[in-house]
Design a protein around this ligand. Structure first.
Ligand code: BGC
Ligand code: NOJ
Length: 814
C-alpha cells in the first residue's frame, strides 16, 4: 500500500495519510542552520552541530516514536474544539491531510470541520533561522473565530547534557520576552554568546514560555491545558523547561484566508556586545530585530522561499536525465541527488536513527559521500577533502572520525581501520575528475592537525597507498586492522565482555588477519593514483603503482579466490572467511562486488564467475544480502557481525551501501540488464507500492533492508544518512547511464538494459552544458560518438578549447 505519491514536477513527495509506518522525514536548511521535520511536524533544529548547539528539544525513541516538534494548534473559539493541522500531536480526524516534502521545505496541513490550514516550513538561504508560514482558510459558510497556537520546546543547547543532567538543568532555564518575541537565553549570562528566539507576525497575541503553564500538570503535547482553555498565560520560565508558545486570534469570514508567519532562529553576539545596556543582563537584540522585521513580512518570506527553490533548481539542474524508467528518473533527477546533499551536510550525525549526539564525521564515510555530491558542491567538496586529509596520521593511517566543529580527528573510535586511507585517494580522484582542479594536489595539508607538518595533498595520497604496503599479512594480503569497510568484521577484537565496543577493543596484535576487500580497494585506489601520477608526468611513479597493483591482483587470484567466488578475509588463526569451507558465512558481497569493480578477473572469467555466484547465493528480490549463510551464533573471532540476529545489519542484511558495487561490477562486464535489475530492487521509489513492508520513506535510501533470514525480510531501517546515497547515485549516473567523469573529460559509456531504446541527459561539466542523446541501434554497448555533429574517436568528449558553452553529444549504442 502507498501512503502518498510522487509529484515529480514540483519535486515533492506528497504524503496523504499521516499514519505512515514510520515517521517519514525531511531536512530543512543546507548551510549552518538545520532542522529535521517529520510528516506530522515532529523533529528539531540545531545550529551546525546537532549535539552542542541543539535549539529545540527532541526525545528519541519516544512513545509514540515521533512526538514533539513544531506544533501548531487551532481552536474553534465557539465550539471550543481544538486540533492540529499536522495530525500529531492531537490526532484528530484530519480531512485532506497532506505533507509535501520538497527540496529543503515541507508543507503540512489538513482540514477540520471546514477550517483548512497548512504550514510551510523552510530555512532561507544564508540565514540562521526557520520560517513557518501558517495559512488558515475558512471554508464554512459562516464566520469563524479561531485561536491559533504555535509551540516549540527549547533545548538547553548541549543535547547530551540536556537529556541527562537534570539536577542542574531544572534550575538554569532563562528567557526574555520583548515586543511579543520570546528569547531563549539559558547560560547566556555566563559563557554562551548565543541565544534562540521565536517570533510571530501576529500582533497583540499572548504567549507562554514555561512548559508546565502551557501543557498543564501531567499533560502532554496532545492536550495542552492552555490551548484547551483558549488562553495562554504569559508565563516566564525560571528553570524547568523553557518553551516558546504564541497565540493569535483569527476572525475569518467565509472563504477568507489569513497567514501568520513564525520565525525560530539562532543568533550569536560578539562577546563585548552581549548585553544592552552594557553591564545589564538583557540580551542585545540589535542584530536580530532587522531580520525579524524582514521575514515576519509574508512577502519577504515568499521571496526567500523562491530563492531557495532557485537554489535547488540550480543544483539539480546540473544533471538531469530522461530514461524509459520513471524510478530511475526521479531518483537521479530529484531524490537521490537531494539525499546526497543531506549526507554531505549531516554525515551520519542527525536523522531519526542517528541521535545527533553520537558520531563525528567518518573518514571513510565522508570520502565516499563525495562521489554523490561533488558535482553539486565542488568548492565545499574541496574544503571537505582538505579537512579530512588534515586529520590523516603521518603513517598514512587515519583517525576513523573527526569533529566538524573542531575539525580534529577524534580518538573515540581511534584509528587502524586499514581501509580508511584508500578512500581519500578515491575521494580526491572523484574531485579532480569532476572539476579538473589539479591545484588541490599542491595544497599544503597538515598531518594530525599539527602545524609545521604540512606536505602537498599529493603526498597524503602517496602515504595512503604506502600504508597498505607497510601492512601486508602472511599471504601478502592487506592486514585488516580494527576492521575494513565492514565495521563489524572485528577480527582482532575477541570480545567476551558485555558492553565493550567492538570497534575499539583490540585483543590481538593484528599481524595475521587479512582483508581481501582491502586488497580489492587497494587495486582500485592504486589505479586511480597511477592515473593521477601519469597525468602529472610522473611516469616512473605511475608505473611503480601499477606494478604494485598487478602484484596485489596476483595475490588476490592466488589467496583470495575460493574457486567460485572471492574470499572475504583470513581471521586471526589464518582461517578463511567467506569460503565454501566455512560452516556459515561462506560467501560475502563486499569482495565479489569490489574486486570486480576494481577490474580483477575481468579477462579470465573470474569476475563473471564471482557475479554468477553472487546472483545464485546472495540475490533476493529485495536486494543482495551481505553474506550467506547468516551467522546463527556469536563467533568470538568474528566480532560484531555475528552479534546481530540473522538477516539484520551486517549479519546477512541487505546492506544497500554495497549493492551498487555489484551493480557497477555488472556494468564492467557489460551486463546492463542485470545492473539495472539490481538497481531497481533497492530503488526506494520502485518499492513505493510495498510501503507497508518497506516502512521507511519511499523517496530516500535506507542503510539496510532486512535480509532473507530475518522474519521481516524486505523491511528497511536507518533511512537517509548512509553511504548508500552516494554509491547508488554514482552507480546509476556514471556506470549504468554511463555519463562518467574522467581525468580527460566527460566519458559516455552507458551499459543500459537491452530493452531501452536509449535516453537523453543534460550534464553541466566544467562550465559546459552537454546535451546528450543515447540511441540504441543494437544490443551491445559499443559507442559511436559525435559532438556537435562531428565524429569523435573513443568515448570521451575531449575538453572544449574554443569557448563553446553548450554542445550536443550523440552516442549510438550497438
Ligand atoms: C553498525 C555499523 C557501524 C558501526 C560503527 C555498528 O554497530 O552495525 O553499521 O558502521 O556500528 O558505528
Ligand atoms: C556504517 C558505517 O558508517 C560505514 O562506515 C561502514 O562502512 C558500514 N556501516 C558497514 O559496516
Amino acid at each position: 500500500m502507498k501512503y502518498g505519491f510522487f509529484d515529480d514536477l514540483k519535486r515533492e513527495y506528497v504524503i496523504t495519510q499521516p499514519d505512515t509506518p514510520l515517521p517519514w522525514i525531511n531536512y530543512l536548511g543546507c548551510q549552518a542552520y538545520f532542522g529535521i521535520i517529520s510528516n506530522t511536524a515532529g523533529g528539531y533544529s540545531f545550529y551546525r552541530d546537532a549535539r552542542l548547539r541543539r535549539i529545540t528539544r527532541y526525545r528519541y525513541n519516544n512513545v509514540p516514536l515521533d512526538f514533539g516538534g513544531r506544533y501548531v494548534y487551532l481552536r474553534d473559539d465557539e465550539s471550543k474544539e481544538f486540533w492540529s493541522p499536522s495530525w500529531q500531536p492531537t490526532r484528530h480526524n484530519a480531512e485532506d491531510y497532506s505533507c509535501r516534502h520538497g527540496m529543503g521545505y515541507s508543507t503540512i496541513g489538513s482540514s477540520y470541520k471546514g477550517i483548512e490550514a497548512h504550514t510551510r516550513y523552510f530555512v532561507p538561504l544564508d540565514e540562521n533561522l526557520e520560517i513557518w508560514q501558517l495559512t488558515v482558510t475558512n471554508r464554512r459558510s459562516t464566520k469563524a473565530t479561531i485561536s491559533s497556537f504555535a509551540s516549540i520546546e527549547f533545548c538547553l543547547w548541549d543535547a547530551q547534557d540536556d537529556t541527562t543532567n537534570f539536577q542542574r538543568n531544572f534550575s538554569i532555564g532563562q528567557v526574555e520576552v520583548e515586543d511579543g518575541v520570546i528569547y531563549h537565553k539559558t547560560e547566556y549570562r555566563e559563557r554562551r554568546d548565543h541565544f534562540a528566539y521565536f517570533a510571530t507576525s501576529a500582533k497583540g497575541g499572548s504567549f507562554d514560555t514555561q512548559r508546565e503553564s502551557f501543557l498543564g500538570r501531567n499533560r502532554g503535547w496532545d492536550k495542552p491545558a492552555a490551548v484547551e482553555a483558549g488562553q495562554l498565560t504569559g508565563s516566564i520560565a525560571h528553570g524547568w523547561a523553557p518553551i516558546g508558545a504564541h497565540q493569535a486570534k483569527l476572525e475569518l469570514a467565509p472563504g477568507e484566508t489569513k497567514q501568520i508567519v513564525f520565525i525560530l532562529g539562532y543568533q550569536e553576539n560578539p562577546v563585548a556586545e552581549k548585553f544592552d545596556p552594557p553591564g545589564s543582563q538583557i540580551i542585545n537584540k540589535k542584530r536580530v530585530k532587522p531580520t525579524l522585521a524582514k521575514y515576519l513580512n509574508p512577502a519577504n518570506a515568499d521571496a526567500a522561499f523562491e530563492l531557495l527553490r532557485q537554489y535547488w533548481d540550480g543544483l539539480l539542474g546540473i544533471f538531469q536525465v530522461n530514461t524509459p524508467d520513471v524510478h530511475t528518473n526521479r531518483m537521479v533527477n530529484i531524490w537521490n541527488a537531494y539525499q546526497c546533499m543531506a549526507t554531505f551536510n549531516m554525515s551520519r550525525s542527525a536523522s531519526f536513527y542517528e541521535s545527533g549526539i553520537g558520531r563525528g564525521l567518518g573518514f571513510r564515510d565522508s570520502n565516499q559521500d563525495l562521489l554523490g555530491f561533488v558535482h553539486m558542491a565542488p568548492i565545499r567538496a574541496r574544503e571537505r577533502i582538505v579537512d579530512l586529509a588534515a586529520t590523516q596520521l603521518p603513517t598514512g593511517g587515519a583517525y576513523h572520525q573527526y569533529q566538524p566543529l573542531t575539525k580534529r580527528g577524534n580518538n573515540d573510535v581511534g584509528s587502524g581501520f586499514n581501509d580508511d586511507p584508500h578512500w581519500l585517494i578515491i575521494g580526491v580522484a572523484a574531485y579532480i575528475k569532476e572539476t579538473g582542479d589539479w591545484s588541490i594536489l599542491d595544497e599544503p595539508v597538515q598531518y594530525d592537525n599539527t602545524p609545521g607538518s604540512e606536505t602537498p595533498l599529493y603526498e597524503h595520497l602517496q602515504r595512503s597507498f604506502q600504508y597498505t604496503l607497510d601492512r601486508l599479512g602472511p599471504h601478502g594480503l592487506p592486514l585488516i586492522g580494527r576492521a575494513d569497510w565492514n565495521d563489524c568484521l572485528n577480527l582482532n577484537c575477541f570480545s567476551d565482555t558485555p558492553g565493550q565496543s567492538f570497534q575499539t577493543t583490540t585483543n590481538k596484535d593484528g599481524k595475521v588477519a587479512e582483508s581481501v576487500f582491502i586488497a580489492g580497494l587497494f587495486v582500485h585506489a592504486g589505479q586511480e593514483l597511477a592515473a593521477i601520477a601519469a597525468h602529472r608526468g610522473l611516469n616512473a611513479e605511475a608505473a611503480k603503482y601499477l606494478a604494485e597493483v598487478e602484484k596485489m591482483d596476483q595475490v588476490v587470484r592466488k589467496h583470495g579466490w575460493d574457486g567460485e567466488w572471492f574470499l572475504r578475509a583470513y581471521d586471526d588463526f589464518g582461517a578463511k572467511i567467506g569460503s565454501k569451507e566455512c560452516e556459515e558465512g561462506k560467501i560475502f558481497i563486499e569482495t565479489n562486488g569490489y574486486c570486480v569493480l576494481a577490474g580483477i578477473g575481468l579477462e579470465d572469467g573470474l569476475a563473471a564467475k564471482a557475479l554468477e555466484s553472487t546472483r545464485k547465493h546472495l540475490a533476493t528480490k529485495h536486494g543482495i544480502v551481505l553474506q550467506q549463510p547468516a551467522y546463527s551464533r556469536y563467533y568470538l573471532n568474528l566480532g560484531e557481525i555475528s552479534s546481530y540476529p540473522p538477516g539484520y545489519k551486517e549479519n546477512a542484511g541487505i546492506f544497500c551501501h554495497n549493492n551498487p558495487w555489484v551493480i557497477i561490477a555488472e556494468t564492467r562486464l557489460g551486463h546492463g540488464d542485470e545492473a539495472h535489475d539490481y538497481y531497481s530492487r533497492i530503488n526506494p521509489s520502485a518499492r513505493e507500492g510495498i510501503s507497508d513492508l518497506h516502512r521507511c520513506e519511499p523517496y530516500v535510501y535506507a542503510q539496510m533492508i532486512a535480509g532473507r533470514d530475518a522474519p521481516t525480510h524486505g523491511e528497511a531501517k536507518n533511512s537517509w544518512l548512509t553511504g548508500t546515497a552516494a554509491w547508488n547515485y554514482y552507480a546509476i549516473a556514471q556506470w549504468i547511464l554511463g555519463i562518467r567523469t574522467s581525468l580527460d573529460g566527460l566519458q559516455i559509456a552507458p551499459v543500459i538494459p537491452k530493452s531501452w531504446p536509449g535516453f537523453t541527459a543534460t550534464r553541466t561539466y566544467r562550465g559546459v552544458v552537454y546535451k546528450i542523446t543515447i540511441e540504441r541501434q543494437g544490443e551491445g554497448n559499443n559507442i559511436a560518438l559525435t559532438v556537435d555533429g562531428a565524429p569523435v574517436a573513443g568515448n570521451v568528449v575531449p575538453p572544449l578549447t574554443d569557448g563553446r558553452k553548450e554542445v550536443t553529444v550523440k552516442a549510438i549504442l550497438s
